[in-house]
Design a protein around this ligand. Structure first.
Ligand code: HAM
Length: 441
């Protein structure tokens, strides 16, 4: 029987896996510079946590959660997103006690049982930030800017920023009533799912993926921003002014209600036209009421999460199958004794810092059972810049040969001690021209 990764889940091998790490490093570097500390919560949570925070009528909770029944009827779920888990952790550990602000970031896998398509996976990765304790509009703008800055640092330029305000709880209640009234004449044209949404949680109708429903909403749904009270409206206007100050270009989008129940006031998404139907790279907003809904003290909060698969798709290396390794230094032993000598040198060689890059020198050891010719061919395949050659003659004379692969120059050096040799390797690495190695190979 052939086994395959499950539908909507994939292996990351070589280049895509490394790119995933690179993107996470870009995020963690940027978020730390903005004062965020890292949090890692479990991949599984009590399913009721998501039910309460995202809402039972949301697509995620009603049809996309991977759940497991545990003994005693307890249902646990693979996390479909991480905001609920972070708020749970903040409350559980009283992290806001004696603080007026808390900034946390995370990176990890999320799971949604959606229909797989380009840019939509059932296991995908997010990085995200959450700020607690801040209700001022400056932070809303800062968070939107941080999302945009992150995408820019990932090398994505054609990103559009959509912003909206969905009001506070009372304003939304009023809007929901008006929305139900406006859509009621078209009830019969809606799918069973959308009719259920209209009854249980009308705002979710605006997230419907059904085209008929989308058209009805476009033609007949009132704009949520017309229902904002003075304070919410002023907050939103200030957010927009701060976005201008920060140089973020945005478009207002009054259909941007986001698919989850916990949002209030500011919502935003960063989208790319290059992605097709699944165009959101990053989404977030305020969720001022969530802490209380989950049993904690009232606490204003705002955050976003960015989907790394979609980011990587735009960075080119996502479908790469490149698994070739390159090393800086290849060791060629001519006999068993030299092989043992070079083997014992290997760990120390790997502690040398590369003179031009922020990493250790990479080293690979050849096999004395292979001919010199085939060992050198392998050194070439590894695109090594430097090759060390050791045989019985060199050992007898306390020497080792160093070959520079771009020019073919070979020199004999005193060895041991190792220190001088290490300096020579570093010096050569500093000098070699990577283009020349590639063409020599
Ligand atoms: P979300 O909009 O559901 O928000 O997801 C954020 C991002 O995750 C999306 O913009 C998208 O890039 C990516 N994403 C979502 N679903 C998939 C999928 N099936 N396959 C690939 N990528 C996907 C949240 O998750 C909120 N927790 C964000 C937040 C944080 N709001 C406040 N704080």
């Amino acid at each position: 029987m052939d086994f395959h990764a499950l539908s909507g889940m994939r292996d990351y091998i070589g280049a895509p896996s490394e790119d995933l790490r690179t993107v996470i490093n870009i995020a963690s570097d940027l978020f730390q510079s903005a004062g965020f500390r890292e949090i890692e919560t479990p991949i599984m949570e009590d399913a009721r946590l998501f039910d309460r925070s995202l809402g039972s009528a949301s697509d995620i909770v009603s049809k996309e959660m991977y759940t497991v029944e545990q003994s005693g009827d307890r249902i646990i779920a693979l996390r479909p997103e991480n905001t609920a888990g972070v708020v749970r952790a903040v409350n559980q550990h009283s992290l806001m006690a004696n603080r007026n602000q808390l900034k946390l970031f995370y990176a990890g896998s999320m799971f949604r049982h959606e229909r797989p398509q380009s840019g939509r996976y059932r296991q995908f990765h997010q990085v995200g930030v959450e700020v607690f304790g801040r209700s001022d509009p400056v932070i809303d703008a800062e968070i939107v800017h941080l999302g945009a800055e992150f995408l820019e640092r990932c090398g994505l330029n054609d990103v559009v920023c959509l912003v909206n305000s969905i009001g506070n709880l009372e304003e939304r209640e009023q809007y929901k009533k008006e929305l139900v009234g406006a859509l009621d004449p078209y009830r019969e044209e809606l799918s069973d799912d959308d009719r259920r949404r209209l009854e249980e949680n009308p705002l979710r109708v605006l997230d419907s993926k059904d085209e008929t429903c989308q058209q009805i909403c476009e033609d007949h749904a009132p704009s949520i921003r017309d229902y904002l009270g003075n304070e919410t409206r002023q907050h939103f206007e200030s957010v927009l002014e701060y976005l201008d100050d920060l140089g973020v270009t945005y478009e207002l989008d009054d259909t941007l209600v986001r698919g989850l129940d916990y949002y209030s006031r500011t919502t935003f998404e960063l989208v790319s036209e290059d992605l097709g139907a699944q165009d959101a790279l990053c989404g977030g907003g305020r969720y001022d009421g969530l802490s209380e809904v989950l049993g904690g003290d009232p606490c204003p909060a705002i955050g976003f999460a960015a989907g790394l698969e979609r980011i990587m798709m735009l960075r080119d290396r996502f479908e790469s199958e490149d698994l070739d390794t390159s090393v800086d230094c290849y060791l060629v032993p001519f006999d068993e004794e030299s092989h043992r000598e070079l083997l014992s040198l290997l760990p120390e060689l790997r502690t040398i810092q590369h003179p031009q890059q922020q990493r250790s020198v990479s080293v690979e050891l050849g096999d004395p059972g292979d001919s010199l010719r085939s060992q050198l061919r392998r050194a070439n395949r590894y695109r090594s810049a430097v090759t060390l050659l050791l045989g019985s003659d060199e050992r007898e004379n306390n020497e080792i040969s160093l070959k520079r692969m771009d020019t073919g120059d070979q020199r004999t050096l005193d060895y041991p001690p190792a220190e001088k040799l290490f300096d020579q390797i570093k010096g050569t690495l500093l000098d070699v021209d990577p283009e020349e190695i590639a063409s020599a190979n």
